[in-house]
Design a protein around this ligand. Sequence first.
Ligand code: HEC
Ligand code: HEC
Ligand code: HEC
Ligand code: HEC
Ligand code: HEC
Length: 412
Amino acid sequence: MRSQIVPAVVVLLVAGLGLAGWQVRGVLAPAEAHTTILFNQGLDAVVTDAPVGWTNAWCGSCHKQEFEQWQGSRHNVAASAHNFEVECLEQGNRQQYCLNCHAPRIPFAGLPTSEPPGLDEAYREQPEWLASGVDCLSCHVRDGVVVATNVTQKGIAEHAMRHDPALGKAEFCAGCHQFAFKDIDLPDRFHGALQQASLEEFLEYRAQGGVETRCHDCHMPRGAHRMPGGYDDKMVRQAVGMELEARWIEPGRVAEVTVRLRAGRVGHRVPGGEELRFLTVRTEVTGVDGHPMGSRVDDDAQQVDAEADLPEWPIVETLRRHMGDREHGRDPQATPAPDTRLRPGETRRYSYRITFEPGTVAGVLTVRSRLWYHLMHDGKAQLFRHRLEDVQRVVRESEVHLAPPDRPTTGR
Ligand code: HEC
Ligand code: HEC
Ligand code: HEC
Ligand code: HEC
Ligand code: HEC
């Protein structure tokens, strides 16, 4: 399946890297550092050789718009944000490779799994390389010159520049946005499944006829540097639409509720990015007094066995990538854990058959579905000391009504 999606990768790999470690390397190969501006999944820190005085603020003194947008971006806080600080300073995570991606100009170059010297001091003192995270210099400066996809005389008059088309490609982003696990107790290389697989998923989107040719088309409209994602409601709503329908099958007794999720303008699975993120769809029926009503029967069940557990109702569906021992590279024999996220172009349909006790349906019933976006699960929320309600939010909500049996059914 992988080789169907990325045949070019396999060729590259056999030519360049040999067969060792192909499972991980195979998909990472397009983002390996063949030019000096591409990132290599955090294996190495970045060396910019920027002349003295080339700070982000200096870049911003001329490129005001890019600077302001970047200041409002997650890239700007990639190493200084609370969640990263907590996780990176945890025992077992104090590793060079985290910073190679989250603050690529870190002035140390240890082994990827070694602890950078002075990590706690750095967090106390907040030097620029840490405080500015993924910044102008890390993305745009190599060998002491500005790297750009568009070199002009006006630009050269202000600073040394070099043309490099790689900056304009999906592989540039994937240099940080696609990588595998790297546990401290396993050898010093990536292993297991991809923890973030944005490029692989993007190739899947392309293979299915997706029109955008690079991440930039959606995340950097007109060159904008804010690069919004899961923290942005507009982006999440762009990625997924929801429709809800309900009808009586036996008026007053049995109803059918159908929820459809439709992938929108999104170039990878939803939610994309970190495996922390997930979606839930919560559907319920309430009576006039606002209390939940009904119970669920299997669509195909001929009759309900009173002894058996009834399926969950109200129901919570989860769209998420699970990562178990196999995915972490700890036990290659373990069964693969499911990935239930929405695929690019997919329409997901959930259908429920709900029964009501005879005579209990008095007034109009309300059927409601809410789509929740979760930045992280409870375990991580606890680690980061967030209240659960601060790391999850409703991004879509639909409501339809079921008229009581003695009146005609209303649709939506
Ligand atoms: C995460 C990497 C990244 C960071 C951080 C970043 N840029 Fe960019 N920048 C890019 C990419 C990618 C392009 C677009 C290349 C293309 O579309 O051809 C770009 C384009 C530009 C352009 C060209 C005009 C435009 O807006 O398309 C300028 C100027 C620029 N960046 C300046 C900056 C400055 C100043 C900063 C810091 C405030 C910065 N960039 C931070 C990746 C980055
Ligand atoms: C003194 C003003 C000035 C400073 C400081 C400056 N630039 Fe520029 N930069 C320019 C000008 C002017 C251009 C040419 C714009 C044009 O051709 O329209 C340019 C061009 C660029 C481009 C290519 C623009 C494009 O259209 O693709 C990039 C990328 C860029 N600069 C990044 C940076 C970065 C990163 C820094 C900091 C290390 C920086 N610049 C500092 C003035 C400046
Ligand atoms: C040097 C590594 C690096 C490169 C290159 C890079 N990113 Fe990122 N990006 C990160 C890190 C680290 C974060 C996480 C920041 C955080 O949330 O703490 C991130 C976060 C994001 C987010 C999430 C924003 C949100 O609101 O949650 C998006 C979207 C994104 N990057 C898009 C891009 C795109 C598009 C490109 C290529 C043009 C790119 N990145 C290049 C490291 C990188
Ligand atoms: C067709 C438009 C489109 C393309 C192409 C696209 N994205 Fe996205 N991306 C989105 C939308 C919409 C979201 C918000 C929904 C979600 O989180 O999945 C998103 C979310 C993300 C997130 C999640 C941020 C978070 O907070 O967890 C990351 C990271 C990301 N994209 C990176 C990329 C990278 C890297 C590429 C290229 C390999 C890419 N995207 C290509 C539309 C796109
Ligand atoms: C290959 C680059 C890379 C490496 C290595 C890496 N990360 Fe990340 N990390 C990212 C990107 C890209 C994102 C953004 C994904 C998204 O928004 O969905 C991210 C997101 C995160 C987030 C979520 C930020 C938030 O608040 O939403 C945390 C926390 C984090 N990383 C911690 C770590 C730690 C700790 C390590 C080392 C054990 C590490 N990362 C190693 C690239 C990397």
